[in-house]
Design a protein around this ligand. Structure first.
Ligand code: ZN
Length: 212
């Protein structure tokens, strides 16, 4: 039960409609759920109904309750960014508009970049394809993908883009990162987004010394 107060509303009684037992009992799934909830909490505005965002969140939680898809968190964040109107440019270079191969990602530049414009993070072609799939109606197929470098990279870049647009760290993501990524060899060092924010990937661009 909820009463509207002058500044804060008073909630005196709640009833859980869905319990999400499988999520709550799984140390790998809890951080994913917490991260999605924290991001939505930052994005949502008080007293502004956001039915589409709510549907996305519930849908993602239901999917997570069924299984932990390696593409779930990244896909959720990319779709949320798109919903908020800050989704990445992924069909053409965010720098020059060319439709050639996209090889880098820079949140500040607005998305993915071609060979000539590349800066920020180097990105594999499979990662670009996966994110493109997620943003063009292929979410189901994306969620069926097994864990790979592309699913890990898509999630890492989604988190970078999300934190860039929120202008804050998503604490749940970093707290749970070690557990969540423990099985993905080689990606255990990608959870530190401060380092990722601060430094350019030396392999990504022609001028690694340029300011971000
Ligand atoms: Zn370009």
């Amino acid at each position: 039960m909820c009463w509207r107060g002058r500044e804060l509303d008073v909630v005196s009684q709640v009833e859980a409609i869905e319990h999400f037992k499988a999520i709550r009992g799984d140390l790998e799934r809890v951080p994913v759920a917490m991260t999605m909830l924290e991001v939505v909490d930052h994005v949502a505005l008080e007293r502004h109904p956001m039915p589409e965002m709510f549907r996305m969140l519930v849908g993602a939680l239901r999917t997570l309750e069924e299984r932990l898809s390696p593409a779930l968190l990244g896909s959720f964040l990319w779709k949320l960014l798109a919903l908020e109107g800050v989704g990445p440019s992924i069909d053409q270079c965010a720098g020059c508009g060319s439709e050639g191969e996209l090889v880098a990602f820079d949140a500040g530049e607005g998305g993915f970049l071609c060979h000539s414009c590349r800066r920020g993070q180097a990105v594999g072609a499979e990662t670009v394809n996966l994110i493109r799939q997620v943003l063009s109606g292929g979410l189901r197929a994306a969620l069926d993908q097994p864990p790979s470098r592309a699913t890990a990279e898509a999630e890492r870049l989604a988190m970078l883009a999300t934190e860039y647009h929120l202008d804050r760290r998503v604490r749940s993501a970093h707290r749970g990162a070690e557990i969540a990524t423990a099985g993905w060899q080689g990606w255990s060092n990608t959870s530190n987004s401060d380092a990722a924010h601060a430094g350019l990937d030396p392999g990504a661009g022609p001028d690694p010394g340029a300011p971000d």
